[in-house]
Write a protein that binds this ligand. Structure first.
Ligand SMILES: Cc1cc2nc3c(=O)[nH]c(=O)nc-3n(C[C@H](O)[C@H](O)[C@H](O)COP(=O)(O)OP(=O)(O)OC[C@H]3O[C@@H](n4cnc5c(N)ncnc54)[C@H](O)[C@@H]3O)c2cc1C
Ligand code: FES
Length: 348
């Protein structure tokens, strides 16, 4: 089937396989067309388009992102597939992806390992049937046959031509896929559908700026990928890095050994602070983890206190629950960090 997307700057044409149920967003991105999206999973509304002609099928008519659809015929490209030839209008400039971009692909994979890090957070290792090139800070959509729809999870690791993808998954109370994953019994061996990589909050060593990472909870996943890439390139010999990891209390903290290793390896230009919103850091922690700072407060407040006078040349990476990301964005804009120096993923 033929898809024509009329963007504000030009028209793009591509084809999808009839009857395959391929989402229009996925089909366009796979062909190197940089259609607009953010969550790629039905919540943010960024991928909205207007149907000019043809018929579509909506895989998730209750998607929360539909609240951003106002005009007649508008639909979410990340949830809808074409059932006939389609002409759609996108209210944005749409370019071709730059040469060298990591173009997403659909693949199959298998869960090869899981490890509990806290009572409600695990690492999840998935082996992909296809080698996947991704940029540090990107995410994949992951789906299983037992659950409707796919979920976005950020890669923790960084590797070229990666077959092994490591994710960090937090159990969401009442969440369907995380409940499936955390249910009694191991999911090792289960098959998964993969689509990606996706996401614009990417880091390249050519960036030439100090790094500021502010993560709420499992938002730390993509930051670990960014730190892994920076470490591989000895980035902190040339630039400062400040990582703020916000959790409620010590029972929610993980990766302390990995942060200690990174600090020891990367030197004093990398600083890591764990912000505890609900309790004071217990006594003795500084002796146990002398290379990590622990402070009481919401992660954006702790970052604001420590980063005064250090924001002149930063690229800020933010990820986690929407309230934590929004509070950090506000804090940075008020501190005169310009919007083009802020990259974020909201885990909604
Ligand atoms: C860019 C991005 C990166 C993320 N990275 C991480 C991460 O690294 N770690 C992490 O733990 N979480 C991450 N999340 C959140 C993650 O995608 C899930 O929301 C979370 O794991 C809860 O999933 P759940 O199935 O348990 O909850 P649910 O509430 O059941 O579902 C949550 C999400 O799944 C999708 N969904 C639900 N039902 C359907 C359906 N019928 N059809 C289609 N889609 C549906 C929607 O996007 C919904 O918001 C990220 C989210 C985004 C947008
Ligand atoms: S990209 Fe489709 S709703 Fe977010």
């Amino acid at each position: 089937m033929k898809i024509q997307v009329n963007a504000r700057n030009r028209t793009h044409l591509f084809e999808t396989e009839a009857g395959a149920g391929e989402k229009i967003l996925h089909a366009g991105l796979m062909r190197g067309i940089a259609l607009p999206y953010e969550c790629a999973s039905g919540t943010c509304g960024t991928c909205k388009a207007r149907l000019v002609s043809g018929d579509i099928s909506d895989a998730w008519p209750d998607a929360p992102g539909r609240k951003y659809l106002k005009a007649a015929g508008e639909f979410l490209m990340c949830q809808c597939s074409a059932t006939t030839d389609v002409v759609a209008e996108v209210p944005a400039f749409v370019q071709l992806m730059e040469t060298g971009s990591c173009v997403p692909l659909a693949s199959k994979g298998c869960i090869v390992a899981t490890q509990m890090l806290t009572h409600d957070v695990m690492t999840l290792d998935i082996e992909s049937a296809e080698a996947i090139d991704f940029d540090a800070g990107q995410f994949m959509l992951v789906g299983v046959s037992e659950v409707e729809g796919m979920r976005g999870w950020s890669m923790v690791n960084f590797d070229r031509h990666a077959r092994l993808l490591r994710f960090l998954v937090r159990r969401k109370p009442g969440g369907v896929l995380s409940d499936w994953l955390f249910a009694d019994g191991s999911r090792t061996g289960a098959g998964v559908d993969l689509y990606g990589p996706l996401g614009h909050a990417t880091f390249y060593p050519s960036l030439g700026k100090d790094l500021l990472c502010i993560a709420g909870g499992s938002g730390i996943a993509g930051m670990m990928s960014i730190l892994a890439r920076a470490e591989q390139d000895n980035y902190f010999e040339r630039h400062d890095g400040n990582v703020f990891f916000g959790v409620r209390s010590m029972k929610d903290v993980y990766f302390l050994d990995e942060f200690t290793r990174l600090r020891a390896q990367c030197g004093n230009r990398l600083a890591v602070t764990v912000a505890l919103s609900d309790e004071d850091p217990p006594d003795g922690l500084d002796d146990e983890y002398p290379l990590i700072r622990f402070e009481r407060g919401f992660v954006h407040e702790v970052a604001a206190r420590q980063m005064q006078q250090k924001l002149a040349n930063v690229m800020a990476y933010l990820a986690g629950p929407p309230p934590a990301v929004d509070a950090s964005i506000r804090m940075l804009l008020l501190s005169r960090v310009t919007a083009d120096n802020i990259r974020y993923d909201k885990f909604s």
